[in-house]
Design a protein around this ligand. Sequence first.
Ligand SMILES: Cc1cc2nc3c(=O)[nH]c(=O)nc-3n(C[C@H](O)[C@H](O)[C@H](O)COP(=O)(O)OP(=O)(O)OC[C@H]3O[C@@H](n4cnc5c(N)ncnc54)[C@H](O)[C@@H]3O)c2cc1C
Length: 398
Amino acid sequence: MTASAFDIAILGAGPVGRVLALMLARVAPDPSRIALLAGSVPAAAPAAGSPAAGSPAATIPAADPRVLAMNHGSRVLLESLLAWPDRSADIRNIHVSQRGRLGRTVIQNTDFNVPQLGSVVAYAGLHAKLDERVAACGVTVLSGPAAQVERQDADGVRIAQGDNTLLCQVAVQSDGAGATDLRRDYGQHAVLTTAHATLPRRGWAWERFTAEGPLALLPHPQTPDAYSVVWCSAPERANELAAMDNAAFSAALTQAFGDRLGRLSSQSPRHVFPLALAARRAQVQGRVVAIGNAAQTLHPVAGQGLNLGLRDAARLAQTLAGWLAQPESSPTARLTEFAQARQVDRFITAGLTDLMPRVFATGLAPVEHACGLALLGMDLASPLRAPLAQHLLQGFRA
Ligand SMILES: Cc1cc2nc3c(=O)[nH]c(=O)nc-3n(C[C@H](O)[C@H](O)[C@H](O)COP(=O)(O)OP(=O)(O)OC[C@H]3O[C@@H](n4cnc5c(N)ncnc54)[C@H](O)[C@@H]3O)c2cc1C
């Protein structure tokens, strides 16, 4: 057993852990005193919101098929870290509608005077770019088995990674798991794939609420005029969709989405992700902080999970910047300040993404009509639309 001392140890090198490492490296007097623990998880134990067990993506980030809608704030942050992926697709218009009901709303970049409402990147492409930046930033990267916080006391935190033991002043959990205080199983899985349309519209993203669950078509980050499909439905239906031949799946997709893009066809592999809300009540316990999916795993509707996680990382780096100049002092008051500052954003974003798929799938006609009217009202009245779009664009910044 070896023991080494760090100021901060980051457990989990997904996008949130890596962004935190990059931000801390910029403010730390000695970046090598920040440890990033890039552990591999057993394929049999992925968290909710992660690829299903057995899929290569469960253990290899480069094989992760997720595409991520990044809002304006996240893009600015990643660009400032020179970590924006080489390929991305802009979203200039978002069309929100409800299958079989009245009403739809369109949110446009021109409403907010921004060049785009958001951009779509591939999880694998983002991972590769962050990997490149982290390798050059001076933090200590420790690859190995999954890391665990063993215990903490007034002197620091003890972490185990395989046979190695690490001592640090602050431990940050960014391993995408472990949020168990609040849990909601949506009874939904997401099917991910790529589709082509006979009448594509460049720069448009589509979010369609169906009785089965939300169906999103996002401009594909790597193939112009193709769409990344995120189709949520009951687990049995998701497995059925995943097992269909290409022709049957394409027909089902066109039927669920409607004819706004002509006929949809898909020849690409399909991947299934189980979905759940999983959140911690407290983001901070003593010297241990949870950020990103480790603090809250959300339903992918409206594409908010990583955007929220990046705001966690940015705020934590900002909060710890001053303390890193004198790491012999106690960090706990600053960590409490961090948790307080993040409360409202976490609450609003988790609440919004929890509510949307449930309200639109009640199966009760009056409720669905009310949702349709809400969408119609938002389309007619930009003051109603603005708060939703503003939050989706940037989230709440304390
Ligand atoms: C279908 C789907 C679509 C989505 N679309 C969007 C979107 O459009 N926009 C958006 O903002 N968000 C989206 N999300 C959410 C987004 O993917 C997550 O919020 C984001 O990946 C969280 O990043 P993270 O770094 O916190 O966790 P993760 O991405 O889960 O990374 C955690 C890392 O830690 C590693 N690890 C696990 N355990 C340990 C351990 N014990 N020790 C060390 N390392 C460990 C894992 O191997 C992994 O590499 C979507 C999610 C899904 C499921």
